[in-house]
Design a protein around this ligand. Structure first.
Ligand code: NAD
Length: 356
């Protein structure tokens, strides 16, 4: 395959480009490749937000089709008329809590059915590479000091991760059976601008802005391995252009933090006491720890994270504070974030326990 450089002209089909990672990816690609053409195919579910791409909406290299990856006819129509060289799939139902409290049906349709429809289209096309954006959550939970490698067996514990694992396994099967040029990525938890505020970091920031408590599941000691969305997006671009078909790449920035540590950083930024944390009943199936071994993508594709966590985390909070209109529009569209979190019943851990 001819390597892609800044002068290359190519067509990129992004499914789910109006969400958090997809929109950051599209902005990055338009900034980097002057001759690119991007089609964003997005259903605009509750987490899909046209505001995330407002600044490039009139760029002649960008077009948008509102559509559902689970709708094979609509997907085929957009795909055939655009005739992409590359496909990145960010279209997904992504909130673990919703997969538990709202139901799994949409997760199955989009995260498995949508991937199936994309693979079927690629089977009969000249697409050079398809990157399926997946998650480390497919591996389940693991004790210290172990890290997830690309050969760690899948052990999903909630419907969200089970459906992501289903999509990933279809990709594997389509490569081995039909040599569909697909690469699957497993990334850890992302932070950064434009993240829908049901997710931990923007959710906590918005709670601070409303002068409310920070609801903390269980004992707050669940560990996630945080990476800035820009570092994830650079890794995805490398997978598109240099990733080996049929391969899996884990993406992570060696940055394990407990949810309590994340809450502490936010409280420090807003100069609030630790008693602002309110422990609530744990989420069913709550994985205890995720941690990524990213040596393969570093070694084989030359990727490494560029963001320093402390500075990038502060910049992220600054971004939400500097964009109240973005927050207000999201809030108007959705209303209450995470309404299932029960803040009223007494829980066995008291706030006193977090005071040092
Ligand atoms: P998001 O919820 O912010 O965005 C998802 C996007 O997909 C939205 O624009 C939504 O409208 C669109 N979409 C949903 N269903 C669709 C459908 N049926 N057809 C077309 N579009 C549809 O999610 P995100 O955080 O940007 O995640 C993107 C991908 O990255 C997901 O596959 C997720 O599993 C993966 N991932 C996310 C993280 C993270 O921390 N956010 C970490 C690792 C992997």
């Amino acid at each position: 395959m001819k390597s892609v450089n800044k002068k290359s002209s190519f067509k990129l089909f992004v499914a789910g480009g109006s969400g958090f990672i997809g929109s950051n990816f599209i902005r990055m690609m338009l900034a980097k490749y002057p001759e690119i053409q991007v089609l964003n195919f997005d259903k605009l579910t509750y987490s899909g937000n046209p505001d995330n791409l407002e600044m490039i909406a009139k760029d002649k290299r960008y077009s948008f089709v509102r559509g559902d990856v689970a709708d094979a006819t609509a997907l085929r129509r957009a795909f055939i008329s655009f005739s992409p060289d590359y496909i990145l799939n960010c279209a997904a139902e992504t909130h673990v809590d919703r997969s538990i409290h709202v139901g799994s049906e949409e997760f199955i349709k989009t995260n498995i059915g949508g991937v199936f429809n994309i693979l079927e289209l690629i089977k009969e096309s000249g697409v050079k590479k398809y990157v399926q954006v997946s998650t480390d959550e497919v591996y389940g939970s693991l004790p210290k000091p172990h890290l997830f490698t690309e050969t760690t067996p899948f052990a999903p514990n909630v419907p969200y991760s089970a459906t992501k694992a289903g999509g990933d396994l279809l990709c594997r099967a389509y490569y081995f059976t039909w040599k569909v040029p697909v690469v699957v990525t497993h990334c850890s938890n992302n932070y950064g601008p434009y993240q829908y505020p049901e997710k931990l970091i923007p959710f906590f920031i918005l709670r601070m802005l409303e002068n409310k408590t920070l609801p903390m599941y269980g004992d707050g000691k669940n560990v996630r391995d945080w990476i800035h969305v820009d570092d994830h997006c650079r890794a995805l671009a490398l997978c598109l252009f240099k990733g080996k078909p049929g391969e899996v790449y884990n993406i992570g920035a060696d940055n394990e933090m407990t949810n309590l540590q994340i809450a502490d950083l936010i409280l420090t930024y807003f100069k609030k006491p630790k008693s602002t944390i309110e422990f609530v009943a744990d989420r069913p199936g709550h994985d205890r720890r995720y941690a990524i071994d990213a040596r393969k993508i570093k070694r084989e594709l030359g990727w490494k994270p560029s963001k320093k966590f402390a500075a990038a985390f502060k910049e992220t909070i600054d971004w939400y504070l500097a964009n109240p209109q973005w927050i207000e529009r999201v809030r108007k569209k959705t209303g209450v974030f995470n309404p299932h979190i029960d803040l009223w019943k007494p829980h066995k851990l008291s706030n006193k326990k977090v005071k040092k």
